[in-house]
Design a protein around this ligand. Sequence first.
Ligand SMILES: C[S@@+](CC[C@H](N)C(=O)[O-])C[C@H]1O[C@@H](n2cnc3c(N)ncnc32)[C@H](O)[C@@H]1O
Length: 433
Amino acid sequence: MDARACAVRVLVRVISSGHSLAEALPEAVQFVEDVRQRALIQELAYGTLRWYYQLDAVLKQLLQKPLKQRDADIRCLLLIGLYQLMQLAMPQRVAVNETVQATVTLNKSWARGLVNAVLRNYLRRADSLEVTGDSAVEMKYAHPAWLVKWLQADWPDNWENILSANNARPPFSLRVNQCRVTREEYLDELAARSIAATPLPQVLTGLLLKKPLPVENLPGFSEGVVSVQDGAAQLAAGLLALAPGLRVLDACAAPGGKTAHILEAEPGLSGLTALDIDGHRLRRIEENLVRLSLSAHLQQGDAGEPQGWWDGQPYDRILLDVPCSATGVIRRHPDIKLLRKPGDVATLVSRQARLLKALWPLLVPGGMLLYCTCSVLRDENIGQVGRFLEMQIDAEEVPIRASWGRVCGHGRQILPGENEMDGFYFACLRKLG
Ligand SMILES: C[S@@+](CC[C@H](N)C(=O)[O-])C[C@H]1O[C@@H](n2cnc3c(N)ncnc32)[C@H](O)[C@@H]1O
């Protein structure tokens, strides 16, 4: 197995065919048994996408003319070559030779000379490359120019921090299953196995591992003692003010991270419905709940059309974790930089508004809906909630008092990397009696 050629196949699926990295990578490595090879493929795929806009700006300077569409694989191989030279502490000779060699595995031996020349040209000219206009912005920040402009407009004092947090490697965060173990007990268990970890101060159930490791190596993982979940995502269950006997709807539930946390946090609920429009993703919830020995009523349906699935009994709590631009989790999913287009945001904003409006009548008077996104764009967050409150006269906002994030007109926003958490937005909306 040639790790670089395998990483090329992943990148072609993402860059040319628009697949997500979460789909393309597992498919490509499913038959790679060597753990170190798998880790290298992952590193090359994630890293090249994380720095794509910078690498692409450099590549454009080094190629005399763009490669043909049918040679998308060679273009991806060149990006991988540049990634190794620009971002990894790998000996240059190894990076160049191994990258050139991958042309053979890809059945493109004709490109040996080209790949060799471009990478060596980079090593000679690295300090004298001159890039201008939008390409200069993309090269400097390793983000698409449109997103840099949007972040500058939305976060005039924070946009540079957001961009650099997006380019950093994310921490490995865990949620302990509080029905089974306390965080302190689990930290002791990790320490006994020499796995370094620290508590996440903002969340009672959260902890950070010093070094990532395969989940199978985590004590109790397969028995449901612990789950992988970012700290910000772990805040949702606490904000729902859960209590025994409440009836809860998790309206956009898959793959079920927050569903499971709600069940762990309050085992005495009178019921929890986990709804998702995507049947395939709904099965992921089931797998997660089985591992954790938890159960919920799983329902496939469109949250925007409750007449298709609702039994007519109102809910005391609704969690609405809407589909969004995911601009708060770019550090975990660097393919978002390429896959998200500026036109997507308006479409998402209107889908979110439709879901909010359709679910509000399902809430009991005095009940609470928690609206959340993993976005940092104001239109999906404060803007969305502001417009809803103007229109919905029986809705009032419950202020979130917390030591994390920032108040921003409506709701509370965490920016990526703050308190070691992903970028997330939360707003609590209560229905008046
Ligand atoms: C941000 S993800 C939810 C993550 C989930 N809450 C968790 O913590 O694991 C958004 C989910 O909304 C689902 N979705 C999108 N449109 C929907 C709709 N109209 N009705 C129900 N679910 C929808 C997607 O399939 C996706 O699984």
